[in-house]
Structure formats: C-alpha cells, structure tokens
Design a protein around this ligand. Structure first.
Ligand SMILES: [Zn+2]
Length: 368
C-alpha cells in the first residue's frame, strides 16, 4: 500500500499538478480557475486537493489529510453529497433548491440536468461574506457547462468583481462549451488523457486482473482513470461476444460460397441478442463501434498497435481483409442508424435488421 499523501497522490496530468502546486506554494492562487479536459482524469479530484491545500492547517503549499481542517473539509464534502442526493429525490422542482446551505468548501453540481439559477444566486449571496470555519472559501463548480442560461450573467458578475474571501474552480470537459466572457475571467488548467503506463500501474496496484485483462482495460479506458477503475472484463466480454459472432459470420460470408444462409441467420440472431440487452444498449453499441474502429485501423495500417480490443488482434487481422473498408464503413453507418433509432426511442431492433440486410445486399455486387 502506498502512503503517498497530498498532491503526490494524484495520478497523471503532471503539468496540471505542477501548475496548481506552484500557485498554491507561491500564495498566488487566482480568484477563478478553470479545469478542463476529458472525463475521468481527476479534474474534480484535483480541484478538491487545491481546496484542501488552501485551507490545510500545516504549512508548505500542500495538504496533509490529517489536520482538523483537512478532516473538516472531508466532512463538508460528505454532507454536501448527502444534501445533493436528497435534493435530487425531491419531486417538486421548486422545492429542490429550498434552503440551500453552502459550506466553506462546497462543490456545486447540477441538481437536475442543470446547475439551477438559485444555486448560482446562493453562490453569489455568500461569496462576498466571511467564511465560517476556514481562512477562505473554495467553491468548485462541477459540470460548469450545465449552468442554466438564466444564471450565466449572474456568475459572470461575480467573476468580474472577484470576492476577496472566495476562490472559484470551474470544472468542465471542454472549455469552449463555456461562454468566452466566463472563460476569459478564469486561469485555465488543461487536463490530458492519462498515459497508458500510469493506468496500467494503477490497475496492477488496485485490481485483481490478469495481464491481458489489464492491457484490455487500459485500452478501453482510453486515458480515463474512472473508466479503468470501473472496467469489468466479464461484462465487456458479454457485450462484445454478439459482435464477435456477428463479424465472424459476416467475414466468413465473404469467403465461403453462395449457400451462406446459415451464416446470415446467425448474424441475425446475434443482432437480435444484442438488441435484447436493452438496458445497456448504448454501451453495447460502443463495444461494436470499438471493434469496427479497430478493423478500420488495421485496414489502414496492418501493423497498427493502437487497437482497443488488443486481445483479439490476430482475429481482427484475419477479418479485416475479408471485410474490406467498404463493408466496415457500411457496418459503421448501420450502427449509427441503430444508435439514432435508439435515442429516438424507436425499437433498436429495426436498426439492426436494416444493418443485417444492408450488409447482405452489399455482399452481392462483390461476388458478381
Ligand atoms: Zn491538513
């Protein structure tokens, strides 16, 4: 077990960590920071670390995780999490924001799809006042791109007249989703996908996976620590299996002679099995997508080492030339169609049936 504490315990994104460490150590933390970058790389985690470093009772531009203030910070975060969960459960929308209380360290998150105007009103009402328990207040606005349009001007006003007692950290996946006037008021800290070697190291330390599972997990995670941590090999396998059978069947039809009715039926059955996994259809489609993208990569560069389904490389090398770019891109657009039908709440089975028929009809001109 590692005993690393403070900023040293943060995984990946060394430039971002160095940047914020220097700000904290020099005592010159801007009034508003903007953390942007892909999902699951720890933006909010680092924002909380900065907040703790700003209030920690021990000197040194870091946080100890043990002093009274660090512990207090942890309690505030827990209480806020519980409060948020309770509010999300309230049916009557107007009552969801009733009696908002912000702690000195507060994460402001969307209660509904949005961060509501009342949440920002409360932020403004309190930002200029003296903190209750800490030397200063830190407000972390997570998913800042979801701030309701009615509240944007209000937030802008606060950022234009920065309060002395409060530091803001806005967190969002893409800085360009925020209005330029908001963006320009913040000091930006950009996050990158976490390197594969760091993710592999994390998996080796935290999870019981075989080496090939680890390799696959790191590829599927694509730089996201959160995705690597939650990767479930059995679940992934289950979602992938129908695709593998499907591709096997389609690739096979390309080489075997005419009487391939059995294979076509098999393809249909696979597609049907896929659509029956209704609850996680989006994830299932994502796995299909990753296989098709891998095939594209291998067709463009047979030596490609960047495939996601790394454990199936030799199988995919076998499929790729049999399918060809034409068929793979046709399959990809079939998936797009299935996805569109899915998000419009139309029976996704329709999409898969279209897909199977299209691929079949595409086969004919080739064999003619
Ligand atoms: Zn401390």
């Amino acid at each position: 077990m590692s005993l690393t504490v403070g900023f040293d315990s943060f995984l990946g994104n060394p430039q971002a960590v160095t940047a914020v460490r220097e700000m904290v150590a020099s005592g010159r933390v801007p009034g508003a920071l903007l953390f942007s970058g892909p999902e699951g790389v720890g933006k909010k985690t680092l924002a909380v670390m900065v907040a703790k470093a700003l209030v920690c009772g021990r000197e040194g531009g870091d946080f100890c995780g043990e002093c009274a203030r660090c512990r207090k910070a942890g309690q505030m975060l827990n209480a806020a999490r519980e409060d948020l969960a309770r509010r999300r459960d309230i049916k009557e929308s107007a009552r969801r924001v009733e009696g908002l209380i912000y702690f000195d360290l507060q994460i402001i998150e969307p209660i509904t799809k949005f961060i509501l105007a009342d949440q920002i009103r409360q932020l403004r009402a309190i930002a200029y006042t003296r903190p209750f328990e800490f030397p200063r207040r830190v407000f972390i606005v997570d998913e800042a791109q979801t701030i309701h349009w009615q509240a944007i001007d209000l937030l802008l006003k606060v950022l234009e007249e920065p309060p002395e007692t409060t530091t803001f950290i806005l967190v969002c996946p893409n800085a360009f989703e925020l209005r330029p006037t908001i963006r320009s008021r913040c000091t930006q800290v950009a996050f990158q996908p976490v390197s594969e070697s760091i993710i592999q190291g994390l998996l080796a330390g935290e999870r019981k996976l075989t080496a090939p599972q680890r390799e696959l997990a790191a590829r599927v995670a694509a730089g996201s620590i959160a995705r690597a941590r939650s990767f479930d090999p059995a679940e992934y396998e289950r979602r992938r299996q129908p695709w593998v059978e499907y591709l096997d069947a389609v690739a096979d039809r390309g080489t075997t002679a005419a009487g391939s009715g059995g294979n076509l039926r098999q393809a249909f059955e696979s597609a049907r099995a896929l659509a029956e996994i209704r609850g996680d259809l989006e994830a299932t489609l994502g796995v299909g997508y990753s296989l098709l993208s891998d095939l594209m990569r291998l067709l463009v560069n047979p030596a490609a080492e960047t495939v996601v389904n790394v454990d199936l490389t030799s199988r995919m090398r076998n499929w790729a030339p049999k399918l060809g770019l034409d068929k793979v891109s046709k399959l990809k657009s079939g998936l797009d169609e299935a996805y569109r039908l899915q998000i419009r709440n139309v029976n996704p089975q329709l999409g898969f049936e279209t897909l199977a028929i299209d691929v079949n009809s595409l086969h004919k001109p080739h064999s003619a």
